[in-house]
Design a protein around this ligand. Structure first.
Ligand code: SF4
Length: 214
């Protein structure tokens, strides 16, 4: 079993209800999407082919309970499933960050899925796999990256139409870093009393945003 890996590193989890916790990240290579604000284009190509055991060993060496499988789009690779199950079997808490265009049907039940729902401002909203919303579990989380007012209203409508508030552990709205001021997004959320979390990408405030592997 092989995986194409861009990087494995330990840092502070920056997005989700686990933000602020030490976390080992397994960043898999490849993504067919081209979100206009993507901050990880370096995952689109390259990467290193690693055996499943080698990935597990590197994660184990960091000695951190929380592990996030991310990308790129991690669900592109067939062997991501035994990776997630293997991490669960070793007692890790596993987060999966997925862009929302690949089916989550085979994600192991113990994995906490952080499901991106792409808004129109990303340029990729037509690719959302809406069946993923039906599979959400109460421990899962949903994230909308917001570029402008149109994105905010889109997110607000999706939250209402799919009754997400009562179905997941948390809903995050995250302003596009350097494009949308968090205060403006916060004012919209407050005006609507929307039961979501305004989320800043914590790692970008701790480290240089241009630095990989943080
Ligand atoms: S899905 Fe994620 S990795 Fe792929 S282009 Fe969009 S933001 Fe970038």
């Amino acid at each position: 079993m092989m995986l194409r890996v861009t990087e494995i590193f330990c840092s502070i989890q920056g997005e989700s209800t686990h933000a602020g916790r030490p976390c080992t990240f397994v960043r898999l290579t490849g993504c067919p999407m081209r979100c206009v604000w993507c901050d990880s284009e370096y995952t689109f190509t390259g990467g290193t082919h690693m055996s499943l055991n080698a990935v597990m060993d590197q994660v184990h060496a960091f000695g951190v309970n929380l592990v996030e499988v991310t990308g790129g789009e991690p669900l592109l690779q067939e062997d991501v499933y035994p990776l997630m199950q293997g991490l669960i079997d070793r007692g890790r808490t596993v987060l999966l960050e997925t862009g929302g265009h690949r089916s989550t049907a085979r994600v192991p039940h113990a994995v906490i899925t952080i499901l991106d729902i792409k808004c129109p401002g990303s340029g990729e909203s037509a690719k959302n796999d809406w069946s993923n919303l039906e599979r959400l579990r109460v421990h899962d989380e949903v994230k909308f990256v917001i570029k402008d007012r149109g994105d905010y209203e889109y997110a607000r409508d999706v939250i209402a139409r799919h009754q997400l508030v009562s179905r997941v552990a948390a809903i995050h709205v995250s302003p596009v870093h350097g494009v949308m001021h968090p205060r403006i997004l916060s004012e919209w959320v407050l005006a609507d009393k929307l039961p979501v979390r305004v989320q800043l990408q914590l790692h970008k405030y701790i480290w240089d945003p241009a630095t990989r592997g943080v």
